[in-house]
Design a protein around this ligand. Structure first.
Ligand code: AKG
Length: 323
């Protein structure tokens, strides 16, 4: 168990027994129990033993810094609205997304699985080519980011296997979800704020739940800012930024499939510090055609698909759909 924050323990889970073929059934069972309990309670946990090299984690955070340090006109040349159709790749300017009542004070950059412009799926929701900044060489940006993407997909799918084993619907329950999955990295930059407290600083990412299955967040060590709302106690719990500790949270899709047994927690990020803050959430949505019928069979088959759910939420947050 991780140390208590604001009186609440944030679970710390080591999944290395799932990366080694020589670990005992007992140690794997312990991991499954820990994941089940974290998903049922806070919906957030700290992850270690994931196998992503520290050097790659540091490099990806540097990629975020290099990108957001570019002149604004170079970033605006890669604006999300310039990506084909609903593919939604590229740059989000400060204030571009409204996750809660006021525009967010962060800027972001979406990167996903490369779908070439001549692919018939190009322009469908979340499907299209990535933007790559001309001013940064492939070694400085594209290659580390795509190496991290591949590693992140591996960790996400390991977690989904563990989560399947934590549920009573069969170990293969997420196999379809993991076929042709959509999995998007978002590089984020929270500009410095001299405000001394979270109450005075502008909100970087407004209070929201994540739209997909699971999110894995990489944070710059000691650049704190993320807070989770406890689902029952309604207290804000700081989720600290520590080296080599990834943060995992459940998203809306898993909450819907499990009929609310697994929690998709409300959270926000505020950079109440005079320093820049960079972070990299990695959203695993999975196969967008998957229908969100509860796994316990209580649905009627008319539930929306993962793609409909995520597109609706994301497009609303960018003002592309108005209620
Ligand atoms: O930057 C962070 O710490 C959290 C970002 C976040 O909550 C999100 O993008 O969903």
């Amino acid at each position: 168990m991780g140390s208590p924050r604001n009186g609440f323990p944030v679970p710390l889970i080591d999944i290395s027994p799932f990366l080694s073929s020589t670990t005992t059934a007992e140690s794997r069972k312990h991991v499954i129990q820990q994941v089940r309990s974290a998903c049922q309670q806070l919906g957030f946990f700290e992850l270690i033993g994931h196998g992503i090299p520290i050097s790659l984690q540091r490099e990806v955070l540097l990629c975020a810094e290099r990108l957001f340090n570019l002149p604004l006109e170079e970033k605006l040349a890669m604006l999300m609205s310039k990506s084909p159709g609903l593919s939604k790749r590229g740059y989000e300017a400060v204030g571009g997304q409204v996750l809660d009542k006021k525009p967010d004070s962060k800027e972001g950059f979406y990167i996903g699985i490369e779908i070439p412009a001549d692919d018939p799926r190009c322009g469908e929701f979340s499907m299209g080519p990535n933007f790559w900044p001309e001013a940064l060489s492939d070694e400085e940006f594209k290659e580390p980011v795509m190496r991290y993407h591949a590693e992140g997909v591996r960790v996400h799918e390991t977690l989904l296997h563990i989560i399947a084993m934590a549920l009573p619907y069969g170990d293969d329950v997420f196999d379809n979800l993991m076929t042709d999955p959509v999995a998007n990295i978002k590089l984020l930059h929270y500009p410095p704020n001299p405000a001394s407290s979270a109450e005075d600083a502008p909100v970087g990412a407004g209070t929201h739940t994540d739209f997909g299955s699971i999110t894995i967040l990489l944070q710059q060590p000691n650049h704190h800012g993320l807070e989770a709302l406890h689902p029952t106690n309604k207290a804000w719990i700081p989720i600290l930024a520590q080296e080599d500790v990834l943060i995992v949270n459940i998203g809306d899709l898993l909450q819907k499939w499990t009929n609310g047994i697994f929690k998709s927690p409300l959270h926000r990020a505020i950079n109440a510090s005079p320093h820049h803050r960079y972070s990299v959430p990695f959203f695993y949505h999975g196969n967008l055609g998957t229908r969100l019928s509860p796994l316990d069979g209580s649905g009627d088959g008319t539930e929306e698909t993962a793609g409909e759910h995520i597109a609706g939420k994301l497009l609303r947050s960018f003002g592309d759909i108005k209620d």
